[in-house]
Design a protein around this ligand. Structure first.
Ligand SMILES: [Zn+2]
Ligand SMILES: [Zn+2]
Length: 447
């Protein structure tokens, strides 16, 4: 078996930023910092795009074994040690990058920072690398990892080449699959300490490419009913049936489902349903998840769902206890960032439709902790299509995430994300517009 680990530990990576000089970047490069090409509604610097594209092509062969190493060693949330070590060791070999492994109290989180030395905005990329129980990298996070790494390295190299001011930060964000690693980093002040202006990420799928991926808000919680045992035949009136409380609530939820809005989802399972038929059930419990298209709507739905659980308690006389579990906010894509990303992606041969259509196609019922990021700063998650008959969280998708074609698709997404970041670094007006859109979105939440 090829030992990629050995490669990454022992080998010096070639500094490809020098090699890129050899690539003919095209005739526009010299004037690239001053000329913009209008593509659709948003301009991107041609020179940046050409340079980024050449640069990422030149490191593709280095990123491929990193992607495969992560893929072939699937690790669950917060145990992504191989992925963490592989990525941080690689980043340490890159000129100008300051790498902090095991950052912010999480063994498998990291921060890598590139400072151009010129004061300017701070762009950031999130790197995911966790897998799923038993079905490995069926969410394709190995592709997300190399996409973000490619984008950040390309942005940094372009900054040096074209004297673009500002900083690039790469955040290694573990535990996306139910662990909320990004929420932990937000809470620990990782993004605010670095004064991050925007955050970018991508996700593979088997649906059309989209610059405006939206995801659902979700909240999980454990529900418990506490009753009292009694002989179920001889003296049932002395008991309080906790299971009846839970079943009443379950049925009330089924009734509620008739009056929910499109996008509202209520799911649950019973973990404890009593011990034996001849004892009145003193304890019953379950885990429930509610989802809605946005945070505000989720709050309303949770109230209604809470009433159903209260109804179970009222009907049975059992005592109710609800313990909140993990919750992710919906992802609100920043349309200003999306416009730039769409232009760059389509200039690279992509076919993301116009913003209105993109917003419709970009809607997903799934949830991600990138959602919480989108309530902290302007955020974008570029959805890129890979060839797969099945979607994420399916073993077939893990196979698809290992192919050469998927690798190329991830790097194309990386190119678009690099250019998006560079546009923000190059234009104060663009950053201001993204920021204003973000502030307006937050205000809308209070209304
Ligand atoms: Zn997933
Ligand atoms: Zn995922």
């Amino acid at each position: 078996m090829h030992s990629f680990h050995q490669d990454i530990v022992d080998d010096d990576y070639v500094d490809v930023s020098r090699d890129v000089e050899l690539v003919r970047p095209g005739p526009d490069t010299k004037t690239a910092t001053t000329t913009c090409k209008q593509l659709g509604s948003t301009a991107v610097h041609d020179g940046h795009l050409i340079y980024v594209s050449s640069y990422i092509d030149s490191i593709s062969a280095i990123l491929r074994p990193i992607s495969l190493k992560i893929h072939d060693n699937p690790e669950l949330k917060f145990e992504e040690f191989i992925a963490h070590d592989t990525l941080t060791k690689f980043l340490k070999t890159r000129q100008g990058w300051k790498v902090t492994p095991s950052a912010y109290g999480m063994a498998t989180a990291f921060v890598a920072e590139f400072d151009s030395g010129r004061k300017g905005p701070v762009i950031s990329y999130n790197v995911e690398y966790d897998a799923l129980t038993e079905i490995g990298h069926s969410c394709g996070h190995n592709l997300i990892a190399i996409c973000s790494v490619a984008a950040a390295l390309a942005a940094a190299s372009t900054m040096t080449k074209f004297s673009v001011p500002g900083k690039v930060i790469l955040f290694g964000t573990p535990g996306e699959e139910g662990g909320g690693g990004k929420i932990k980093l937000l809470d620990a002040g990782a993004y605010s300490e670095h004064a991050v202006d925007i955050n970018l990420i991508s996700h593979p799928g088997n649906v059309p490419d989209s610059a405006l991926v939206r995801t659902n808000a979700y909240a999980s919680f454990r529900v418990e009913y506490f009753g009292r045992e009694a002989h179920a035949a001889a003296s049932p009136w002395e008991g309080i049936n906790a299971l009846d409380g839970l079943i009443t609530a379950y049925n009330a939820l089924s009734v509620l489902r008739q009056q929910t809005m499109p996008g509202d989802i209520i799911q649950g399972h019973i973990t404890d349903g009593g011990s034996t038929p001849n004892i009145i059930h003193a304890y019953a419990a379950g885990v429930f998840v509610v989802r809605a298209t946005n945070k505000k709507r989720l709050k309303m739905l949770r109230e209604k769902v809470g009433n159903c659980f209260e109804a179970g308690a009222q009907a049975s006389g059992a005592e109710l206890k609800i313990t909140p579990g993990m919750a992710y906010d919906d992802h609100v894509p920043n349309k200003i960032l999306g416009g730039v990303c769409r232009t760059a992606f389509n200039a690279l041969g992509g076919e993301i439709p116009t913003a209105d259509l993109d917003l419709i196609w970009g809607a997903s019922q799934a949830s991600t902790d990138q959602g919480n990021i989108s309530y902290a700063m302007p955020s974008l998650s570029l959805g890129f299509k890979i060839e797969s008959e099945v979607g994420p969280h399916n073993p077939g998708f893990a196979k698809a995430a290992r192919t050469r074609a998927a690798h190329d698709a991830a790097l194309k997404a990386g190119k678009a994300l690099a250019v998006t970041g560079l546009e923000i670094l190059s234009s104060r007006d663009l950053l201001k517009a993204a920021r204003e859109e973000f502030e307006d979105m937050l205000k809308g939440q209070d209304e």
